[in-house]
Ligand binder design. Structure first.
Ligand code: HEM
Length: 82
């Protein structure tokens, strides 16, 4: 997608806390979810476990995320691609 900048996994990994902003990946997309952390229905501590890395290992365990409305929320925070 040419409309979004490209980041490496190493760059994403630097965004692992609220001070550095919290980024995650899903597939080859990169999201800045900092502004969603406080609203997460599963709590702040859980969502921060994925900070700086991929959502897939966590969402494999918490399958309630595999719904259209959850993916729509995520899409709204897209900032780039891998
Ligand atoms: C629930 C979004 C990351 C754990 C939810 C729900 C949403 C959501 C919308 C409510 C789903 C529903 O009931 O229809 C997100 C987004 C994430 C994220 C956008 C990442 C950007 C995570 C991670 C974990 C997690 C990484 C675990 C390590 C949970 C749990 C619930 C939940 C346990 C159930 C809460 C309850 O119903 O009591 N999440 N989530 N989430 N999430 Fe997440």
């Amino acid at each position: 997608d040419p409309q979004f900048p490209t980041f490496t996994r190493q760059e994403v990994a630097r965004h692992h806390s609220e001070a550095s902003r919290v980024w995650v990946t899903y597939g080859s997309d990169v999201f800045d979810i900092t502004d969603f952390i406080e609203q997460h229905p599963g709590g702040k501590s859980k969502i921060l476990l994925a900070a700086g890395g991929a959502l897939e290992p966590f969402w494999a365990l918490y399958a309630m995320h595999n719904q259209e409305h959850v993916l729509e929320i995520l899409q709204g925070f897209k900032v780039g691609q891998l």
